[in-house]
Design a protein around this ligand. Structure first.
Ligand SMILES: [Ca+2]
Ligand SMILES: [Ca+2]
Length: 312
């Protein structure tokens, strides 16, 4: 009851802040699902399937995916390939606390360390990417998945290229496109059955720019049911989809005109491998209730389409 009241009061307060700051509007939008257009992936439509992984094997197909070896210690935890598996037709990225640290097999370019960073006891999960195996400019991208169910979990299907850090006042060189991010599980004070979608460009320093369509509410329970999250990307705009229906569009900064790679990841908010929610507000992870752990990000498939008229 108190939590509900607190939530209502905060919503009013946030609504007031939105008037003051348009950035908060994009960050904290609490609107309904917009009724946009429906994506047409039929043979008669404008798209052709050009790349997919249905995760039908018994291990990750390394011709399609790389483990994200370029970064090992990640925010409030560690990424490790042992937390990534394929079973029952799905990719499973597991998240859990380990008292016994795993061996770090990778040189960490992100931290410019000469030696491997020693992993410590802490929160472990994984990330896979098509960097170096599949990159594409424009098209339609879709994931079908169940989100990890625990406060503090931060799963995402997103795109990047190496020009995202290039500060030129635009996103045309490269833009981080967060097709969906799930960082507010429904136990969180303003969590619910929703994800957020948005873009980031001009790096991650003081020049960082971002835009978001805000919260997108899922009809049903994204933590126990499969839903699809999609992005249509053409030279003029990004169009986000939930279960095949448009949820919003973004054009800020100009749309990326360069190929980008895909990432599927789980993260924990924090710094230097230590979990805390201060910077991203995902909520503190708790080892209890024990039934929350291990949490699993379950992915049925990833599909990439291209506009037929862009295929030579
Ligand atoms: Ca730029
Ligand atoms: Ca599958």
């Amino acid at each position: 009851m108190f939590a509900t009241m607190l939530k209502s009061v905060l919503k009013v307060f946030i609504s007031f802040l939105m008037v003051v700051s348009p950035n908060l509007l994009t960050l904290l939008d609490m609107g309904e699902i917009p009724q946009g257009k429906t994506i047409d992936l039929s043979e008669n439509g404008e798209f052709k399937l050009v790349w997919e992984d249905d995760f039908n094997g018994t291990e990750l197909d390394r011709s399609k995916w790389a483990f994200s070896w370029w970064i090992t210690e990640r925010k409030g935890g560690y990424w490790h390939e042992d937390l990534v598996s394929v079973r029952d037709g799905n990719l499973v990225i597991t998240a859990k606390y380990l008292d016994e640290p795993l061996e770090n097999r990778y040189y960490d370019q992100w931290h410019n360390e000469i030696d491997f960073i020693d992993y410590k006891p802490g929160w472990y999960t994984g990330c896979i990417t098509t960097q170096g195996t599949y990159e594409q400019c424009y098209g339609y991208y879709e994931v079908r998945c169940i989100l990890p169910a625990a406060t503090g979990m931060w799963s995402a299907f997103w795109m990047m290229n190496d020009k995202v850090v290039n500060v030129d006042g635009t996103g045309k060189d490269g833009t981080e496109v967060d097709i969906f991010e799930s960082m507010y599980y429904k136990d969180h004070w303003w969590g619910n059955d929703a994800v957020i979608s948005g873009i980031v460009y001009d790096g991650y320093g003081k020049e960082i720019k971002n835009a978001s369509i805000g919260k997108v509410f899922v009809e049903g329970d994204p933590y126990t049911e499969f839903h699809t999250y999609g992005l249509e990307w053409n030279k003029d705009e990004y169009i986000f989809y939930l279960d095949g229906v448009e949820t919003g569009r973004l054009t800020a900064g100009g749309v990326s005109q360069n190929p980008e790679y895909l990432l599927l990841s789980c993260e924990f908010a924090g710094d230097n491998g230590v979990q805390h929610s201060d910077r991203h507000g995902t909520g503190e992870i708790s080892k209890t209730p024990e039934e929350n752990w291990p949490a699993e990000f379950i992915v049925d498939y990833v599909r990439c389409y291209q506009y037929k008229d862009l295929i030579k």
